[in-house]
Write a protein that binds this ligand. Structure first.
Ligand code: C2E
Ligand code: MG
Ligand code: MG
Ligand code: MG
Length: 275
């Protein structure tokens, strides 16, 4: 009886695995189709100075309207794109469109582009970044690449080499989702980051929980002693922003300041800037 039950479970398990494998294969096929047919678009989310509320830049977030499914989160399709290799073509496309777009923005605004771990393991990324800057005419200091520490778990030496070469072009590097990885402090010590992006999970309790607040305070102090600005992700309430202001956080990003989407250029008029 137990044997029969066991066999039945194994059978379900295998069927689940088949199902998942098939779903990933279908998604991979649709991703390649999207690469070939211009099936992606970009959303932009504003980043602001905490002290002055001035716009400092925008993060580019990839969007995919998958035929028959609707909007799929990049958190769900980026891993599949990495697995099937489509991430390279997608990454080149994102960088190109983002830099062309940013080249028309007012001078001080930077553009932040997410880079996946797979891209960071490939030496071609250096040439891709260099060529994209040349082609778009965007000044290198206006481009920032966001890398997560989990994306550096592969060949660290190679990733370090690639990041150094990209920095040598004048491009800056931010560590994304800081505080959620296995060895945040080790990563911070070994890699030449220009900005720390505090993961949004720290924001949810920062007003109500003293422990969360203490951790945020400690990371902000760390940034100050390393002379690295800290940007808080996922700021949704003005109470959270107040805490960040009191604790001396440099920049903030989140639904409170602006949702990802098309850029609202009335912000620019507010700043008295001309195109
Ligand atoms: P991320 O780089 O940490 O991006 C921030 C994510 O938090 C975005 O999700 C954004 O929509 C969401 N977010 C922003 N403000 C708030 C807020 O106040 N509250 C909450 N709850 N969420 C907020 P999204 O667009 O779904 O992207 C998820 C992840 O996918 C990104 O995390 C990034 O790791 C990855 N990703 C996005 N675009 C690209 C891309 O072009 N290339 C690569 N390799 N990865 C990308
Ligand atoms: Mg990011
Ligand atoms: Mg993040
Ligand atoms: Mg994230």
């Amino acid at each position: 009886r137990a044997k029969a039950e066991f066999d039945r479970r194994i059978c379900y398990y295998e069927r689940d695995m088949d199902e998942q494998a098939r779903e990933r294969r279908d998604m991979a096929r649709d991703l390649w189709t999207a690469v070939e047919n211009d099936g992606f678009h970009l959303a932009y989310q504003v980043q602001k100075s905490v002290a002055t509320s001035e716009i400092t830049g925008y993060e580019v977030l990839l969007r995919w309207n998958r035929p028959g499914y609707g909007e799929v989160s990049p958190a769900d399709f980026i891993p599949v794109a990495e697995e099937c290799g489509a991430i390279n073509a997608i990454g080149v496309w994102v960088l190109k469109v983002a830099c062309l777009e940013a080249a028309s923005w007012p001078e001080p605004f930077k553009i932040a582009v997410n880079v996946s771990g797979l891209q960071l393991s490939q030496i071609e990324l250096i040439a891709t970044v260099r060529n994209t800057l040349l082609m778009s005419g965007l000044a290198p200091h206006r481009l920032e690449l966001e890398v997560t520490e989990t994306s550096i778990i592969g060949d660290k030496q190679r990733a370090l080499h690639i990041l150094r070469q990209i920095k040598a072009l004048g491009v800056s590097i931010a560590i994304d989702d800081f505080g959620t990885g296995y060895s945040s402090l080790e990563t911070l010590r070994a890699f030449p980051f220009d900005k720390i992006k505090l993961d949004r999970s720290f924001m949810s309790e920062v007003e109500s929980n003293e422990q969360s607040k203490a951790i945020v305070r400690a990371i902000l102090a760390l940034g100050r002693s390393l002379s690295v600005p800290v940007l808080a992700e996922g700021v949704e309430t003005s109470a959270q922003l107040d805490v960040l202001r009191k604790e001396g956080c440099t920049e903030a990003q989140g639904f409170l300041l602006g949702r990802p989407g098309a850029i609202d250029w009335s912000d620019r008029l507010e700043l008295g800037m001309r195109a």
